[in-house]
Ligand binder design. Sequence first.
Ligand SMILES: [Zn+2]
Length: 221
Amino acid sequence: MNQTPLYMQNTYCFNLDTQAIAQGTDEHGEWIALEQNIFHPQGGGQPADTGWVNDIPVKVRKHPSGQVVVYPQEPLQFEQNATLRTAISATERLQNAALHTAGHLMNIVLKPYGWLATSGHHFPGESRVEFSRMGDEAVPVEELPIVEIQKDIHARLRAGAAVTAWMEGETRLTLIENTEPILCGGTHVENISEITDFFLKSAKVKKGTLRISYHAAYSNR
Ligand SMILES: [Zn+2]
């Protein structure tokens, strides 16, 4: 039976009743694959959700089968075809989605300066995006107008823009309205106006890689 990756379709689905479609044991312990899966596994620079099944805490991982599975941290007994109550921490999901979506915005804003985002790490307190030069025309790091870049991002957040995602075959694309699509499997806010408290913490260059650290939070103003 196929799993529906609900976390890719709806960032704001925090609770759901569903059923197990597979179970097993591996080096991380006993796992369960859920039919309707609301859990985001760690990946693409984003942390895994904190979650529960029938109120028992679970760890979330991507299984070699490609499905997302959960590892109950205490014994979890249930009958075949039983309804399982699944839940994630809404606060953490929204914070992570805000940080992650803000990371995309940084890709978009830095590109005209000749810097291409190559990786992101969107964990609370340590969020950063790394950039490589797109060519000789790239603006030297010491000439990057960091204050202007932050102002540009603030203006975009104030104006708001819808964030959408869709599948093209096996590939998932994400688009912030009026920008370019980005390949991504992460969770995003529905509109960048939900991102608040954005600021750039530092911009450092090491061996040609530019690393910009930032902060952002979630608000449904
Ligand atoms: Zn993304």
